[in-house]
Design a protein. Structure first.
Ligand code: SF4
Length: 169
């Protein structure tokens, strides 16, 4: 794919890491290991191509600021897990899928169109901000909230990086 090569050892290493981190945080990778590894191969390909792991099932813009919401795990994973028992790519699944009690159907794209994404980012009011001793940061991937001067380097819940946090209050 466009001259980007990913070797199987690399895929295996990332698979093991993601699987461990997912289980530790209450998430699950797709039990079809080869399917999961194919998606991880796509993620690694994107990481080498763009410098970040854009979702392997979506068309990335190739500009990090525009693709932040689809860097895996994407901002839409948890809502899709709640509603469809799997993320858009089905790399992550819920326990019922893991146990074979539910089959994954087709999952509609939840990501809003570009124009909509650019529009409307509600800003907290100045009055609210000034009454708090510290700003509150929200992880856009899993919703984790913390009150501190700046966002943490890595979300302690879902491992998303600092740039996936937004100022919540
Ligand atoms: S969590 Fe989101 S970015 Fe990652 S594989 Fe699933 S749909 Fe794609």
């Amino acid at each position: 794919m466009n001259g980007v090569e990913v070797d199987s050892d690399e895929v295996q290493t990332i698979y093991e890491r993601l699987n461990r981190e997912a289980e530790e945080a209450g998430y699950h990778l797709n039990p079809d290991v080869e399917f999961a590894k194919d998606l991880i191969r796509g993620l690694l390909t994107n990481e080498k191509r763009y410098g970040y792991g854009a979702c392997p099932c979506r068309l990335a813009a190739g500009v990090k600021e525009e693709d932040l919401d689809i860097i895996c795990p994407c901002d839409y994973r948890d809502a899709d897990l709640d509603e469809h028992s799997a993320c858009y790519c089905a790399l992550y699944v819920t326990e019922v899928v893991l146990k074979g009690e539910k089959r994954i159907g087709s999952i509609p794209e939840r990501r809003p169109p570009l124009e909509e994404r650019k529009r409307a980012k509600p800003k907290p009011s100045a009055a609210t901000i000034s009454s708090l001793p510290l700003p509150v940061w929200r992880c856009k991937v899993c919703g984790y909230l913390c009150a501190r001067e700046g966002p943490p380097e890595v979300c302690p819940i879902c491992r998303a990086k600092k740039d996936r946090f937004e100022r919540f209050i």
